[in-house]
Design a binder for this molecule. Structure first.
Ligand SMILES: Nc1ncnc2c1ncn2[C@@H]1O[C@H](COP(=O)(O)OP(=O)(O)OP(=O)(O)O)[C@@H](O)[C@H]1O
Ligand SMILES: [Mg+2]
Length: 350
């Protein structure tokens, strides 16, 4: 398996890591493993989700996350991953409280707003609120006004980090590739609508962060036709919106069992069954003609998958993005996250 090894700390300047990819390819898994990898060696990382699915809690076998930052997992070397499920309605109330001191008005709003906020709100406004919260958490510093509703109580034993940031990094389990560019670009649209004033300033600040080298959007995929195509298209779309693309992560990679020359021969269906029979006999295995023919057929199927995976890996390589590969892992969910985090670290993520 060819692994693109990167020097340690390749993402050092990046504070906001956004994980996207086709549905079901491993966004939540990767976001969690990535957060654990970044949190190693005493760092503090916030792992946030924004789709109201409680995917993070399920993954860590924890009770549903409230709209509050909670300790979620200890990373190797005493690092800490905090978890947060961002809820658009709570984010709005928090925003009114923080910036307009509308605590009581917010509560009234909550009481009269008997309708289901999340279901009625326009998708664009929901994205404004979600990205706004991500922005706030990414930029929060010690000693600054912090949101009473959500901020974790983090003590630093009198030792404030040099840059003053509460979190060394924020990792967002983000919407899938099909919606990511629109999601991250929503504040550009807001800034266009409100050309002056506080809403414009807030929207401009969020876009500035998202387009800065402090942000990277990582795309997770598996080696299948559709997810790879979505990855390639997703990268192009993000680049069109001037949003910084980070790594491509190939998930669920299985080791190749056949060497290159044999792989090609097998994929063409040109396996010498007589030779196969001799090999089976040598190993004292059943070596009938029918068995050898069936085995050859299976080898051909496996080899075709192998050849396709190589081709897809080349397609991904042509995007020019740094690439990491994560193995298919059959241990249980939580153990898997630590295995994958160690793998990411070994490949140079942190
Ligand atoms: N490296 C891996 N090895 C084995 N199983 C994996 C691996 N990565 C992910 N999975 C499994 O694949 C499934 C999908 O993963 P995950 O939930 O992380 O994907 P997702 O992209 O977040 O999905 P959704 O689009 O539904 O949010 C899960 O059952 C997960 O346990
Ligand atoms: Mg998910």
């Amino acid at each position: 398996m060819s692994v693109h090894r990167r020097p340690a700390g390749d993402w050092e300047g990046v504070r906001l890591h956004i994980v996207t990819g086709k549905g079901g390819t491993g966004k939540t898994t990767l976001a969690a493993a990535w957060a654990l990898a970044l949190a190693s060696d005493g760092r503090r990382v916030l792992l946030a989700e924004c789709e109201g699915r409680q995917g993070i809690a399920k993954l860590f076998d924890a009770p549903p996350l409230p709209y509050a930052e909670r300790k979620l997992a200890v990373a190797p070397g005493e690092g800490m991953v905090y978890g947060l499920a961002i809820d658009p309605e709570q984010a709005l109330l928090e925003y009114l409280e923080m910036y307009y001191h509308l605590g009581r008005a917010g509560r009234v709003l909550q009481r009269v707003g008997a309708v289901d906020f999340a279901a009625t709100i326009a998708p664009g406004l929901r994205d404004v609120l979600l990205t706004g919260k991500v922005y706030e958490a990414t930029r929060r510093r010690f000693g600054e006004h912090r949101p009473a509703r959500t901020a974790a109580r983090i003590s630093v034993d009198g030792k404030t980090p040099a840059d003053g940031y509460v979190y060394d990094a924020v990792v967002l389990d983000a919407p899938p590739t099909g919606r990511i560019a629109r999601f991250l670009n929503v504040n550009a649209a807001v800034a266009d609508l409100a050309r002056v004033g506080p809403i414009n300033r807030q929207a401009e600040s969020i876009m500035t962060l998202i387009r800065s080298p402090m942000t990277a959007v990582h795309l997770v995929t598996v080696l299948e036709e559709m997810p790879v195509q979505e990855t390639v298209d997703g990268i192009a779309e993000l680049q069109r919106h001037r949003i910084p693309v980070g790594a491509v992560v190939v998930n669920r990679v299985r080791p190749e069992v056949l060497p290159s020359d044999l792989l090609r021969t097998a994929a063409r269906g040109r396996i010498d069954t007589a030779c196969l029979q001799r090999g089976l006999t040598k190993l004292a295995l059943p070596a009938g003609e029918e068995i050898a023919a069936r085995l050859a057929e299976e080898m051909t199927d496996a080899a075709r998958i192998g050849v396709r995976q190589r081709r897809l890996r080349t397609v991904l390589g042509e995007t020019g993005r740094p690439m990491y590969q994560l193995p298919e892992s059959d241990v249980d969910d939580i153990a898997r996250l630590y295995v994958l985090a160690a793998e990411l670290r070994a490949q140079g993520v942190a």
